[in-house]
Design a protein around this ligand. Structure first.
Ligand code: ADP
Ligand code: MG
Length: 583
């Protein structure tokens, strides 16, 4: 390994030369207590910034083994360190001047959720810490300004590394709190299984967000408090006794007047598949981590999904056992979303009437009388919701403000009143009993209706073998893999653009290595999940260096992304040309 002095030497030599001479700096250098590695040097000052990583030996970093041994505490620690490092470098970014991206120093910026990221890796056992960041190598015009890079690499960066990646210099109390919160959250997740709960919402939780564009907690919100009848008390290992609302498995209905906080509760449950940072307000809102938000998604593509459990005998004679469309309707898209979530192994559907296709959710008696069932291709969700639980073990939490039909199906009914939940199961059932059950002649789930999950695709292997295949993220909303744009805007549990990027790499990897015309989609998604679980997100990136902007998605979102690829059955490169959904 080269010494840091050699890097200084190189900087002196290339100063004032043309920008490409910066390439000479690539390599690893031993600094006093870490290794700096320049993994990729940008081609010019305006290009995407250079990739740099810092490795601190576990013994020197000195984080307690209990913090790094278990996955959930390790991820929480890593998250806290990258946030701290981010705050440190903020003071220095653009302190070094020049053209283009000169002087930029940036590291991943996590939001409210705690996710596993390529920005930082802590090795279990050794406790080694590896941090990845981007630096805009400074230039004047296109002339190297090595003095400014020297400032960054020999003054700014060492200071930030000292302050954030060594246990002795960090805020130990804060890290202890992070550790304890992660343990408590994990404990609640384990309690869900034990107590047969689909979700838990603690008393004192703050569910609403600051605004439509800010994910921070709303100030002065009405804090959550469980009704006595649904209250569950947990004894957390660190925070001690915690009371909250337990939502039992089965079918739960959330009702209430408009603007009383129904959707806000559901949104919090959607996010409860992830852990949140202290101060978020949703630290102890914990949902079964396989939960999937189901919604209508007009216009999505559907590739060979068996939606026959819900939709049969379409007027155009289309096969619904292996339904294919480039432009789904509200009901077919929502049916596909349900089936694909089942395929992805969910145990909980989260549905909001606000974002559902009404004809997929219900059909009232009068409509059933006027339009003969033989003329209606849709078996609404309400006719399947009980069997989904009894036959498949999948619970449903449904927000319904306007339609009472689900009262017959629900095992629990929660009413939101001025942002507070009340249990009204008894009253709702009594009222419902005075009405005829409009769904009583529903067709039973026949063996033939059971969805089949065996979907096999050829995938565009030749295209994917192109190493320069570009992966381009468009925020959280979409990712394009060599011009095949996969729209993910309505995959609402994708919470970070870094997850979207990671999905792009996963699709590319799957196209190159996993789609063989024999494996089905389930096997491929599981292989991707396993690979990332065992080897980290880096395992799906085959470039010369690992991007510093990836976050690990759940297997449910891996499925969601594969399901929305429009090119899984195209084999030639030509097929990809000019493909852009244009939306
Ligand atoms: P619903 O789905 O019942 O119509 P929403 O959940 O959309 O109602 O909430 C309506 C409004 O009330 C939103 O602007 C939301 O931010 C706000 N809100 C929700 N919960 C709370 C709360 N606990 N305290 C204060 N405001 C809240
Ligand atoms: Mg609503």
């Amino acid at each position: 390994m080269k010494q840091s002095e050699e890097l200084q030497e190189i900087l002196r030599r290339i100063d004032h030369r043309g920008y490409p001479a910066y390439k000479d700096t690539a390599g690893a250098y031993q600094f006093a207590n870490y290794v700096l590695s320049i993994d990729h040097v940008q081609g010019d000052p305006f290009a995407s910034p250079s990739k740099v990583s810092v490795r601190v030996d576990g013994k020197k970093a000195g984080f307690p083994a209990e913090m790094t041994d278990q996955k959930h505490t390790r991820i929480a620690l890593a998250d806290a360190l990258v946030r701290r490092f981010g705050r440190q470098i903020e003071q220095y970014s653009h302190k070094a001047k020049g053209s283009g991206k000169s002087g930029l120093i940036s590291v991943s910026r996590p939001g409210q959720e705690v996710l596993e990221r390529s920005a930082i890796e802590i090795t279990p056992g050794s406790g080694d810490v590896l941090l990845r960041l981007e630096i805009g190598f400074p230039a004047n015009g296109r002339t190297i300004n090595a003095g400014e890079l020297g400032k960054i690499l020999f003054r700014f960066l060492p200071e930030c590394v000292q302050q954030s990646l060594f246990y002795k210099n960090t805020d130990k109390q804060h890290l202890q709190a992070v550790y304890e919160l992660a343990q408590d959250q994990q404990f609640i997740r384990e309690q869900l299984a034990e107590k047969q709960l689909a979700a838990f919402v603690a008393d004192g939780a703050v569910l609403p967000r600051e605004s439509g564009v800010s994910d921070r907690p709303m100030k002065h919100a009405v804090v959550f408090s469980s009704p006595q009848s649904l209250a569950v008390e947990l004894e957390l290992p660190y925070a001690g006794r915690l009371r909250g609302m337990g939502i039992q498995r089965g079918v739960t209905l959330i009702v209430g007047g408009g603007y009383h906080g129904k959707s806000t509760l559901l949104k919090a449950l959607e996010r409860g598949v992830y852990n949140h940072i202290a101060g978020d307000g949703r630290e102890y809102v914990i949902t079964d981590d396989t939960a999937v938000k189901i919604r209508a998604e007009d216009g999505r593509s559907i590739q060979k999904t068996d939606i026959s459990m819900f939709i049969n005998g379409l007027p155009n004679g289309k096969d619904t056992k292996s339904f294919v469309t480039e432009d789904a309707s509200g009901s077919t898209s929502q049916a596909a979303n349900v089936i694909e979530a089942m395929e992805a192994g969910t145990r909980l559907f989260l549905i909001d009437e606000d974002t559902s296709a009404t004809n997929f959710m219900i059909r009232d008696e009068l409509m059933a009388r006027v339009v003969h069932p033989k003329m209606e291709p849709i078996t609404p969700f309400i006719d399947r919701v009980e069997e989904l639980f009894s036959e498949y073990g999948i619970s449903t939490i449904l927000v319904a403000g306007s339609c009472g039909s689900y009262f017959y199906k629900a095992s629990h009914v929660i009413q939101m009143m001025q942002y507070q939940p009340q249990e009204i199961t008894e009253t709702a059932k009594q009222e419902a009993a005075r009405f005829a059950d409009i769904t009583r002649d529903k067709p039973a789930l026949k063996a033939a209706d059971r969805p089949e999950f065996h979907r096999v695709f050829a995938a565009a292997k030749q295209a994917a073998q192109n190493d320069r295949m570009k992966i381009k993220g468009m925020g959280k909303d979409a990712v394009s893999i060599d011009r095949d744009t996969v729209e993910l805007r309505y995959v609402e549990q994708l919470v970070d653009s870094e997850q979207t990027m990671a999905l792009g790499y996963m699709v590319k990897y799957a196209k190159q290595h996993l789609f063989d015309g024999k494996r089905d989609l389930r096997e491929i998604a599981r292989l991707l999940e396993e690979l990332v679980q065992k080897k980290g997100i880096g395992a799906v990136c085959e470039g010369r260096y690992l991007p510093c902007n990836l976050a690990v998605p759940r297997v449910q979102e891996i499925f969601a992304c594969l399901n929305r690829c429009r090119t899984l059955d195209e084999t030639g490169r030509g097929a990809l040309h000019g493909r852009y959904s244009g939306k």
